[in-house]
Design a protein around this ligand. Structure first.
Ligand SMILES: C[S@@+](CC[C@H](N)C(=O)[O-])C[C@H]1O[C@@H](n2cnc3c(N)ncnc32)[C@H](O)[C@@H]1O
Length: 350
């Protein structure tokens, strides 16, 4: 039986690409954002289905991609999305409203009965009723389920991202592979991006259009010049500080306007990593925020991953969202390898 994955909420396919690198055939990805089509199809070589997952029926997936002789893997990363007033699907006023798309994931599991399910998300989802309900429903349907809070440097990702990873199988117990990198051997920022050409704030590298970063205002330039790796805005003179930081209540927000340090993993790459003021996204030695290329590498996208069809399609905001929202490719590989090693034991195939 051939294993075949469908990735719902696929984005540009960090997860799909990782599964494919691990050796899993990815049949299709589903997302509402048409702009993800080109990078998704180009890199994962799977069909991109433009669809709101809440309008996707399991029957369609079974008919189009999952014939009876296929081993079905349903993968995805349901985003946290405030429940919109014009949709009538869920009426309760709990956290479930924020995570209603996870219920759509659950519905699709019920409609397709995949052999394997995997889901990636933010760690605090594990405490939400909607996740507990998701796990209970899998168990009631006969799946063995495991989930853990994964610290990405433990798997070689040079970024201190933490993610919840769930694996479920109808064949028997399934777990994520053991950690591959002990503390002390974590991949560092220097190893990941230390080789890239120097560029200034607002500049685009001539040899690599993705190695580009946002402009800095004269005041923010002064601020980053006054910042040191791992330091905070408390290192700055009073005249450089933001009004809100001068107030007592603002003093707790230390992890903004910071510089990263060379010899440790980077902070979590968010969708705003190119914005120096939104986190510790200042380059350790150059006076600027991270470039698109640097963030992509920290998310373990290979350097030949194609993010855009033509240079005119490049927008910091859009690329920032693609990159910051992605499952790190290497984490996708670990998820894929975990599934394959489980199938080898429980299903006699790889
Ligand atoms: C966290 S990102 C997924 C990242 C992706 N797994 C990766 O590794 O690159 C969530 C995606 O869900 C998509 N999305 C949000 N609501 C959706 C819906 N109702 N149906 C389908 N896709 C949706 C967004 O467009 C976004 O690309």
């Amino acid at each position: 039986m051939i294993a075949s994955a469908i990735d719902i909420f696929c984005g540009i396919g960090g997860l799909s690409f990782g599964l494919k690198q691990a050796g899993i055939n990815v049949a299709a990805g589903v997302d509402v954002d048409e702009s993800c089509r080109y990078p998704y199809e180009k890199n994962s070589q799977a069909e991109f289905i433009l669809r709101d997952v809440s309008n996707l029926r399991g029957e369609e997936l079974n008919e189009r991609f999952w014939s009876n002789d296929v081993l079905k893997i349903l993968a995805g990363c349901a985003p946290c999305q405030p429940f919109s007033a014009h949709s009538n699907k869920i009426r309760d006023k709990t956290q479930t409203r924020k995570w209603w798309l996870l219920r759509e994931f659950k519905r699709l599991v019920g409609e397709t009965s995949p052999h394997i399910v995997t889901m990636e998300n933010v760690p605090n989802l594990a405490n939400q009723a909607v996740f507990i309900e998701f796990v209970a429903s899998l168990e009631q349907s006969g799946y063995c389920v495991s989930y853990s809070n994964v610290y990405c440097p433990d798997y070689g990702v040079p970024q201190n991202r933490r993610r919840l990873v769930l694996l479920a199988s109808r064949f028997g117990e399934i777990y994520l592979l053991p950690k591959s990198h002990p503390a002390g051997e974590y991949a560092t920022l220097r190893q990941a991006i230390g080789h890239l050409p120097l560029i200034e704030a607002g500049e685009v590298c001539k040899s690599d259009p993705l190695h580009r970063t946002s402009k800095l205002s004269p005041l923010n330039l002064q601020r980053i010049e006054a910042s040191r790796p791992r330091g905070t805005w408390l290192d700055w003179s009073e005249d450089l500080r933001l009004k809100c930081h001068r107030k007592k209540t603002g003093r707790t927000y230390k992890a903004v306007y910071g510089r990263m340090a060379w010899d440790e993993p980077s902070p979590t790459i968010t969708t705003q990593f190119y914005n120096y003021g939104t986190g510790r996204f200042g380059h350790p030695t150059q006076n600027r925020a991270l470039t698109m290329r640097e963030a992509a590498i920290l998310q373990t996208f290979p350097e030949d991953f194609e993010f855009y069809e033509s240079e005119k399609d490049i927008s910091l905001k859009r690329l920032g969202a693609y990159i910051g929202n992605a499952v790190p490719v290497e984490l996708g590989v670990v998820i894929g390898e975990s599934i394959l090693s489980h199938l080898e034991v429980h299903h006699g195939r790889r």
